[in-house]
Design a protein around this ligand. Structure first.
Ligand SMILES: *[C@@H]1O[C@H](CO)[C@@H](O)[C@H](O)[C@H]1NC(C)=O
Length: 182
């Protein structure tokens, strides 16, 4: 066996062991609960903890839609939204980056974006706010729960396709005018 192929095999084994240990840790409920802040459900999406971090996330993303969920982390509706966003984050990762912002922790945008709802999703592309016509009369944001994963993927994909063509307003694939709003 050549030195190179021995090295490759050793590297492979090392990676294999590391991955096993790593995923073993992640699936252990005991250690998972230790990682979570007490009393707060956390879906492993990145939080932006300051106004500066929000600005940087929007400014630094050149090719993807930046989806920001503004809201209250501990609100149950918001947690359901976070769960949906978390579940689709892998599916949309080539064209969208999803972040969470707790509007109590980071109140900087509350007035500017009128973030009075418990849970609001907004879209940005190349430092521009992208509006979406959902049939609700509010094109600035999604301020109701989208509980269907595929619907959320379709919305983000529509925003991405429109924004790349230079549009500042896109039309949602589905009309939500009859949807329960809060
Ligand atoms: C969570 O948000 C929903 C939707 O705005 C609201 O109806 C509910 O009262 C909130 N729950 C709490 C505990 O504030």
């Amino acid at each position: 066996m050549s030195n190179l192929s021995l090295l490759l095999r050793l590297t492979f084994l090392a990676c294999f062991f590391f991955t096993c240990n790593h995923s073993g840790e992640r699936t252990s409920p005991a250690s998972a609960s230790r990682l979570l802040p007490s009393g707060k459900m956390s879906y492993m999406l990145p939080h932006l903890r300051s106004g500066w971090a929000v600005d940087q996330a929007i400014l630094n993303e050149e090719n993807k839609v930046v989806v920001i969920r503004f809201g209250h982390d501990e609100n149950e509706t918001c947690m359901q939204m976070d769960e949906i966003l978390y579940k689709i984050s892998e599916d949309v990762r080539n064209f969208a980056a999803i972040y969470l912002v707790d509007t109590t922790e980071v109140p900087d945008f509350n007035v500017m974006y009128e973030l009075y709802d418990e849970c609001t999703c907004m879209f940005f592309f190349r430092n521009k706010h992208i509006m979406i016509d959902l049939g609700t009369g509010n094109n600035n944001k999604i301020n109701f729960l989208i509980s269907d994963k595929q619907e959320m993927i379709d919305i983000i994909e529509t925003v991405y396709r429109g924004a790349r063509k230079g549009r500042g307003l896109v039309v949602s694939p589905k009309d939500y005018s009859t949807r329960y709003r809060y």
